[in-house]
Structure formats: C-alpha cells, structure tokens
Design a protein around this ligand. Structure first.
Ligand code: THU
Length: 144
C-alpha cells in the first residue's frame, strides 16, 4: 500500500467509474481500468464478457486498445479497480503481456475499492517478457 498523489487519485477514480460500465453477467466480477497517456489523456475500459465465454475481454486490454485506436502508444500508468474489498486486483497474464508490448518502464496501480493500492512497474509484473524487440533478433534459417 502507499500514499497517493493527486494525479493518481484521479486515475484511480476514473478506473472506479469505468468499473460501473462492466458487462459481466457470467462472472459478476466487475473490473475497470484507467490508462494515463504521456500527454495526460486518460483512456478507460471495463471488462466485456460474452455468452461464448472465451471471447470476454479484460478491462485493461479494452483501455489499451481504445488508446491505441486513438493514436496513443506511450503510457505513464494504468489504474485497475475491482470490487474485492480486501484484496487489490491483480492483472491477468494476458493483460501483463499486452501492457509489456508498450514498454516495461511504466506503472500499474492495483487498487482496492477504498482507493488504496499497490504500485508495480510493468517490468515487475512481467519480467523477461516476450517483446517486439525479440522479433528483431537473429534467428535460425527457416525451412517452412
Ligand atoms: N478481469 C479483468 O477484466 N481484469 C483483470 O485484471 C482480471 C480479470 C475480468 C475478466 C472476466 O470478465 C472477469 O474479470 C472474471 O475473470
């Protein structure tokens, strides 16, 4: 847990507001995310589930996709909110990978409904991840 600065308070509030739009008739587990871009713009997302269960999308990925769809790829922080009273929400492995696509040196605020949080960098969330840089590395000659 940590003290929060003003900007982070606002980002956490936005993630809580985004959670209100969660579409989660199957899990009943609401999640919201608020993503802070380098110029101060905030993009939000919520989890959106589907009757075909595996097509559900997490809040974090929806926020990131919205930002990228608006031309943003440089991020400072993401705040994630759920309804778990006694635990911070921990992003799934898939979302950690999607975050790491956009760099490892930015912050994730894993929050509780009371606004308290654990702050972790994307690097801490997913060390030694597979990144776009890996695709540029020397490979063996392919036979197919
Ligand atoms: N979920 C998120 O949106 N973000 C997370 O960090 C963890 C899980 C969603 C996926 C699904 O709609 C519901 O929470 C239960 O897994």
């Amino acid at each position: 847990m940590a003290e929060r600065g003003d900007g982070i308070s606002k980002l956490i509030e936005k993630s809580q507001q985004a959670k209100e739009f969660s579409y989660c008739p199957y899990s009943k587990f609401r999640v919201g995310a608020a993503l802070l871009a380098h110029d101060g713009t905030i993009f939000t997302g919520c989890n959106v589930e589907n009757a075909c269960y595996n097509l559900g999308i997490c809040a974090e990925r929806n926020a990131i996709s919205t930002a990228v769809s608006h031309g943003y790829k440089n991020f400072k922080a993401i705040a994630i909110a759920s309804d778990m009273e006694e635990h911070v929400i921990s992003p799934c492995g898939g979302c950690r990978q999607v975050m790491s696509e956009f760099g490892s040196d930015w912050d994730a605020y894993l929050t509780k409904p009371d606004g308290s949080f654990v702050k972790m960098t994307v690097m801490e969330l997913l060390p030694t991840s597979f990144t776009p840089e890996d695709l540029k590395k020397k490979t063996l000659q392919k036979s197919n």
